[in-house]
Write a protein that binds this ligand. Structure first.
Ligand SMILES: NC(=O)C1=CN([C@@H]2O[C@H](COP(=O)(O)OP(=O)(O)OC[C@H]3O[C@@H](n4cnc5c(N)ncnc54)[C@H](O)[C@@H]3O)[C@@H](O)[C@H]2O)C=CC1
Ligand SMILES: Cc1ncc(C(=O)O)c(C(=O)O)c1O
Length: 313
């Protein structure tokens, strides 16, 4: 199992630096490209922090890995074997960036997208050779969540699909192969949960803080060990049948973004990145919270069977 020698990450915001750190750790020479120079300065600091987290996790470190930063797309893509696109989630932007990438790389280069769920077949319309293009959906924070959704489009070749699975496994992550559906599997499940959570808070059934406590301890902690399919067996399919019989019809089925979120977005409340969203954050709170989240995720990872190991659950 081998990692590509040269990897390019296009777009270095929330996701790019952690992804670069994982590839470099596995021995790749990683080039990080962004149109915004300050994003690269922030990325350099973020990659250093991710490396510290990976050290603490005891993750394997292969010699020869490196990360360099550039705003020059030709330099970023020269001789690269694998490109991951991680620019903002806008179909038009992604298509134009993908076409730019294809114009600079060799015919053998694999191009992947970290889209959260725009169909790969649709994005692949921007390319002359969509057989080389595939979805590679990392989860945030990418240096800590050891699972990647591998999503071929209709035109993706089997060789590219198999090579991507090999790459993901080579850096010690679980690869989950999916047929493409909007949102892919992870975000379909997450957004079903989010829709119900937002409806419950919006209707005054529960406070924001208690909702988080109920989901973290009642569902999240359990689901980290027992997946939904195994949980159904554990609970009993007869119990599921009884509860689903009266509950499913009562669950939220609203489409669109609820006012609870859109009102906040309209007033510039975006969450950690703006210092306030659903909760308010004072000076230093966000940095402290980010550190605590990483600390707790690291502790949970250490307590769980390693990804790719035999796990009876
Ligand atoms: N934020 C998250 O939790 C997750 C995001 N994703 C997906 O990953 C992708 C990136 O997301 P984020 O990192 O959150 O976005 P972001 O907005 O934090 O960062 C995007 C970066 O792309 C750069 N960029 C914009 N136009 C560019 C161009 N033409 N060429 C090169 N760079 C350009 C921006 O300057 C910015 O630094 C999106 O498709 C998103 O849906 C996937 C998993 C989780
Ligand atoms: C709220 C939210 N939305 C999308 C994603 C994603 O996977 O693209 C995530 C994530 O954590 O990865 C997310 O939290």
């Amino acid at each position: 199992m081998s990692i590509p020698a040269v990897v390019t990450v296009v777009g270095s915001g929330t996701m790019g630096p952690g992804i670069a750190a994982v590839f470099a750790r596995a021995g790749a020479q990683v080039r990080v490209y962004d149109v915004v120079a300050e994003a690269l300065t922030r990325a350099e600091q973020a990659v250093a922090m991710c490396e510290g987290v990976l050290d603490n996790l005891g993750s394997n470190k292969v010699d020869g890995g490196s990360v360099s930063y550039t705003t020059d797309i030709a330099e970023a893509l020269r001789g690269t074997e694998f490109v991951l696109e991680a620019v903002p989630e806008r179909e038009d932007l992604k298509k134009s960036v993908l076409a730019q990438i294809e114009a600079e790389v060799s015919d053998e280069t694999i191009i992947a997208s970290n889209t959260s769920g725009i169909p790969i077949t649709k994005l692949g319309e921007a390319l002359n050779a969509p057989a080389r293009f595939i979805g590679m959906h990392w989860s945030n924070p990418p240096h800590l969540i050891p699972m990647i959704e591998v999503v071929p489009g209709e035109q993706t070749s089997d060789a590219v699909r198999d090579r991507l699975i090999e790459i993901v496994n080579a850096f010690g992550y679980e690869a989950v192969l999916e047929r493409e559906v909007p949102g892919f599997v992870e975000n379909r499940v997450l957004y079903a949960i989010m829709r119900e959570c937002l409806a419950l808070v919006d209707e005054g059934v529960i406070s924001e803080r208690d909702l988080d406590t109920a989901v973290r301890w009642g569902i999240g902690y359990k689901l980290a060990v027992v997946g939904p399919m195994r949980l159904l067996d554990m609970a009993g399919l007869d119990i599921y049948t009884s509860v689903a019989g009266y509950l499913n019809r009562d669950l939220s089925n609203t489409d669109g973004v609820p006012a609870f979120i859109s009102d906040r977005v309209a007033s510039g409340k975006l969450g950690f990145k703006s210092g306030g969203g659903i909760f308010e954050y004072g000076e230093g709170d966000v940095a402290a919270l980010r550190g605590e989240i990483v600390r707790q995720l690291t502790a949970v990872r250490k307590a769980m069977p390693a990804p790719l190991s035999d796990n009876p659950v």
